[in-house]
Design a binder for this molecule. Structure first.
Ligand SMILES: O=C(O)CCC(=O)C(=O)O
Ligand SMILES: [Fe+2]
Length: 336
């Protein structure tokens, strides 16, 4: 499979998703079908110590060698996943687009934001909501807010479980990450994305290359369609998320905390082969806004410190963005 050229990799860690038209015009967006690891959530907490040990070792490898994995046996009932995806499929009905435009404002304090991009660089309709510490959602259509909140609560429990398990894989007490990020007051943003089929898109790109801030990012989708992740080895890999599984990607702030041991990974969505629209529901599980995040002392004795510290709020705003934009600022956090 063809690999993307080094000129494209230079776009990594740009402050905002930016598109260099010349590079993208020439790019093939080819990606490989290499396997992505699967982590069994249930086994991470098994009463059987051997099973638990093996599951944690599998998680450690997925975090260290990939930075993304499919989570199965994760406790969210299939019906909850189906209803959230169906709910947003109805929400994004083209006939009701005018109702959504009320959220198309751009105030720094926005808790709900809607947008539509239809250009060579991005083809996506989205709704973003701040889901924690306070939950926000449109009140219309009735019922959507309730299923979104139910889904978010269930997803938060999983993120808390992952925080315990990931702490153990790093050799710490299980509350290490919870404490370092103050996750009880964690700043979570949900992004619901609708990608058009290629017949209605203005270009190949659904969402341009980026990493996401925070601890972990969870993603569920209705159909496969173009999510690609750049591996450690610089190879684009297609995500084929098993039905009802959750894709977990590590966030920028886990990379900072671990001084680069567990890295966030660049990803993008390519829509040029899509026959039907695709919906994804993405949750960015972040530290508390006032929490100062810097590399843990335990990670800087062997390797020199690679990132400097900032509060989560400062890092979200470092590139002139609003908190609800949840843009990466890894470029500003890196020391080298
Ligand atoms: O929809 C997808 O597959 C990816 C979305 C994404 O990367 C994001 O919302 O940050
Ligand atoms: Fe993302």
């Amino acid at each position: 499979m063809a690999e993307i050229t080094s000129s494209v990799t230079q776009l990594h860690y740009s402050s905002e998703p930016k598109v260099n038209a010349t590079i993208y015009h020439n790019a093939s967006y080819a990606a490989s079908d290499d396997e992505i690891p699967t982590v069994d959530y249930f086994l991470l907490f098994s009463d059987n110590p051997v099973q638990r040990f093996l599951a944690l070792e599998n998680l450690r490898q997925a975090c260290e060698e990939y930075g993304f994995f499919y989570l199965v046996n994760h406790t969210i009932p299939d019906e909850v996943l189906d209803s959230i995806l169906k709910g947003f499929s109805d929400f994004f009905d083209p006939k009701t687009i005018d109702e959504r435009k009320v959220f198309n404002k751009s105030d720094p304090s926005d808790k709900i934001r809607w947008g539509l991009n239809s250009s060579a660089g991005e083809n996506r309709e989205y709704l973003k909501v701040v889901a924690h510490p306070q939950f926000h959602a449109p009140s219309n259509p009735s019922g959507l807010s309730k299923i979104l909140e139910e889904y978010h609560k269930a997803m938060r429990k999983i993120a808390a479980g992952l925080a315990r398990a990931v702490s153990k894989t790093l050799g710490f007490e299980e509350n290490y990450i919870e404490k370092e990020f103050n996750l009880k007051l964690g700043f979570d943003v949900m992004a619901m994305n609708l990608y058009p089929p290629s017949s209605r898109s203005k270009g190949a790109i659904g969402i341009p290359e980026h990493t996401d801030p925070g601890f972990v990012i969870s993603l569920v989708q209705d159909v496969d369609g173009g999510l690609q992740i750049l591996s450690h080895q610089g190879k684009w890999i297609k995500a084929y998320i098993p039905h009802h599984a959750i894709l977990i990607q590590l966030g920028d702030h886990l990379e900072v905390l671990t001084n680069g041991k567990y890295k966030s990974h660049i990803h993008r969505v390519i829509v040029n082969n899509n026959k039907v629209p695709r919906i994804s529901v993405v949750t960015l599980h972040g530290p508390a806004l006032d929490k100062f995040i810097s590399p843990g002392t335990e990670f800087v004795h062997e390797e020199p410190q690679k990132y400097h510290g900032m509060t989560y709020r400062e890092s979200l705003e470092a590139n002139g963005c609003d908190q609800i934009d949840v843009q990466s600022s890894l470029d500003k956090l890196r020391l080298v």
